[in-house]
Design a protein around this ligand. Structure first.
Ligand SMILES: [Zn+2]
Length: 445
């Protein structure tokens, strides 16, 4: 049994509009948080004294929950930061499908995935929901890499069989073989995780244009039968949104629902173009919008109506959408989510009257953004993390605000709210001193 206590200045956001700041002592036993007491109290002293391994973080260090990336494409890692010049449908066929197809060679997966997972951990991403490629072997290597490096993850073998929505060099042979491979991958990943619950399979129809009706329906049945979570894309761009109406006569959201894929905790990447009635359906089913602020700026042709989605009761979390998202860490995209929401609210065309330029009540603040990447995302994905509270797993990040090369200054003059805002807007991977997943230190600077 491993146990320790840690005293630290903690930032966390139990709700979208509430920042909790203050010094606490946290007790961790076998990865689970068993006690949290306010520092300086008798209870905190007792907790520390009972611990054989008590650690104290400095005044200029802060402890936060680990950050949760609800959507990214592992085989697109080499492409991240490039290839942003084409619209979504052309981008897939020109750059992305050929790159993903190269993971048929296990040596490519062995070269790329350890670097990706280590880099994400170094950016504070303690949980990642990965889309892999269609390949069984490369998908298993990704899951093994997450286990080896100690990252919490969902790993999804991508299913895609549509004869015109995918290229002939990169697709499942047919729906039956794609569904079989998805079923195998659920068993494979469960075996790789070996009962720890750290790395889990997730059923992954790429998106409606890449899948036949038979594939979508078969994967819906597989989800129902096995209780495995589902992830896919939904109404990302004008093209994808309109495609669904032409093919199914319904919205993308309604089509996914009809195929049994819109389930509790189903992760829907983007969803920028969903209608209010689609958001209501997403909320009713308990599904999740994985909001990808930077990727959306390049590929989605719109900014997600985030406050509206939250007000309608939809679950929403944050995601990088690597390799269409540019910025590596989901923590660093909190600032981008705030910025793009402001742009939606204020508008972009100065030739229009200010009142007619933007969308009222569209902006979020840094507290809501932080919640989207921690407690909100954890609840959305059904994971016992996201807050440093008793009963949750200890997934946490230590920021060192005096780090060499850092840009966060004058902290002694700041109150907690300003310290928090500086952290969220300014901190980068160079400010991260240590990262913990499930009570295990998985990254140290
Ligand atoms: Zn994606």
């Amino acid at each position: 049994m491993s146990s320790f206590t840690v005293e630290a200045d903690r930032f966390q956001t139990p709700t979208p509009d509430h920042l909790e700041a203050g010094r606490v002592v946290i007790a961790v036993v076998d990865g689970e948080i068993t006690g949290v007491e306010r520092a300086g109290t008798e209870a905190a002293r007792a907790l520390a004294e009972a611990s054989a391994d008590h650690r104290v973080l400095g005044d200029n260090q802060v402890l936060t929950p680990g950050f949760i990336d609800l959507h990214l494409h592992a085989p697109q890692w080499q492409q991240n930061g490039t290839a942003l010049d084409l619209p979504l449908d052309e981008w897939l066929f020109t750059y992305t499908f050929p790159l993903e197809a190269s993971f048929a060679d296990r040596a490519v997966a062995e070269a790329v995935y350890p670097d990706l997972v280590a880099t994400l951990l170094g950016h504070g991403t303690t949980t990642a929901a990965y889309l892999s490629s269609v390949h069984d072997e490369a998908t298993a290597i990704l899951a093994e890499t997450c286990v080896a490096q100690g990252q919490r993850a969902f790993v999804g073998r991508v299913a895609m069989d549509h004869p015109t929505g995918t290229p002939d060099f990169y697709r499942d042979h047919d729906a039956v073989s794609g569904i079989d491979a998805s079923r195998r991958s659920i068993t494979d990943i469960a075996a790789i995780d070996a009962g720890r619950g750290l790395v889990r399979p997730i059923i992954t129809p790429r998106f409606a244009p890449a899948c036949t009706d038979e594939m979508l329906a078969g994967l819906g049945r597989l989800a129902e039968e096995t209780g495995t979570l589902v992830q896919t894309h939904c109404s990302e761009s004008d093209w994808e949104h309109n495609y669904a109406f032409e093919r199914f006569g319904t919205s993308d959201t309604e089509a996914l629902d009809a195929f049994g894929l819109l389930r509790e905790h189903t992760l829907l990447a983007h969803a920028n173009h969903v209608r209010p009635s689609d958001i209501d359906l997403i909320a009713e089913r308990g599904a999740v919008i994985a909001h990808c602020p930077i990727s959306n700026a390049y590929f989605a042709n719109a900014v997600l109506p985030l406050p509206d989605a939250l007000a309608r009761g939809a679950r929403v979390g944050l995601a990088t959408d690597i390799g269409a998202g540019v910025r590596v860490g989901v923590f660093q995209q909190i600032h981008d989510a705030v910025t793009f929401s402001r742009i939606r609210q204020d508008g972009v065309d100065a030739r229009k009257d200010p009142d007619a330029r933007g969308v009222p009540d569209a902006a979020i603040d840094t507290v809501t953004g932080f919640w989207l990447a921690t407690a909100g995302a954890a609840e959305a994905a059904g994971l016992p993390v996201g807050l440093l509270e008793p009963g949750r797993r200890f997934d946490a990040v230590v920021f060192d605000l005096d780090a060499p090369g850092g840009v966060i200054r004058h902290l002694a003059l700041d109150d907690e709210a300003r310290r928090f805002e500086k952290l969220v807007r300014l901190a980068g991977p160079h400010d991260i001193a240590e990262v913990w997943v499930d009570g295990v230190s998985v990254h140290r600077r």
